[in-house]
Design a protein around this ligand. Structure first.
Ligand code: DX5
Ligand code: ZN
Length: 218
């Protein structure tokens, strides 16, 4: 089963509560929340306050993608605000193992994200500790960018590793997912798809959710 996690980055920020309720009703499985600090990535988005405000509006799993430096400083705040899964970037964690344990201590599920160029080797020795690996298929910072096809062999390799060492692992792919790219990443081994602009810029976002789920099952 492939899960769909719409990213609210492309939703109307003046009506986020409605957007969240809308995608939940449309059948989305998780809600992907993109947190950016203006340092790790050249954009600034939302903090724990917004997560807290959205929490009572939805039953969806809150999948918080932390594109921030020093993510260890903010884990507790995001967890207290209602995050169910916290994903940090390997590129900003010299003590990645420690940060993964710190996520687990909050009671949240633990994810590690890798930029498109970052080799999979960086998570090789923590694979068993993770609930999810997020493979970026665009350079993080903005919605609406084009899918980078070189991520496909990386997804396949991760799937191979996961089969052996962590069969329950969520393999999430984020960036440029639409009804053409969704089947490619699923075929390679992804089981959680993030989609921002394809869902929220669609004239009928519920239809976009349905189209993605349909194309992902093939
Ligand atoms: C990019 C974010 C993504 C973004 C995806 O830095 O991590 O989650 O919202 O947007 P689309 O689906 O438009 O590529
Ligand atoms: Zn994201």
């Amino acid at each position: 089963m492939v899960l769909l996690a719409p990213s609210i980055l492309s939703a109307d920020f003046s009506r986020l509560g409605e957007a969240v309720a809308y995608v939940e009703k449309a059948g989305a499985h998780w809600l992907h929340i993109d947190v950016m600090d203006g340092h790790f990535v050249p954009n600034i988005t939302i903090g724990p306050g917004v997560v807290k405000a959205l929490r009572p509006k939805s039953q969806l799993l809150f999948d918080v993608h932390l594109m921030v430096e020093r993510p260890e400083l903010y884990l507790r705040d995001f967890r207290a605000a209602g995050a169910d899964l916290l994903t940090v970037h390997a590129e900003v964690c010299p003590h990645l193992h420690r940060v993964i344990q710190a996520i687990k201590e909050t009671g949240a599920k633990a994810g590690v994200a890798l930029n498109p160029h970052t080799p999979l080797d960086i998570i090789k020795y923590v694979l068993e500790d993770l609930d999810m690996v997020l493979l970026m298929s665009v350079n993080p910072g903005f919605g609406g960018q084009s899918f980078i096809p070189n991520v496909l062999p990386k997804i396949s390799l991760l799937k191979e590793w996961a089969k052996e060492r962590n069969p329950e692992l969520y393999i999430q792919v984020d960036g440029g997912i639409n009804k053409e790219t969704a089947p490619l990443v699923v075929e390679a081994g992804a089981n959680v798809l993030v989609a921002g602009s394809f869902v929220f810029n669609h004239p009928n976002p519920a239809q976009a959710v349905a189209q993605l789920m349909e194309s992902a099952q093939t």
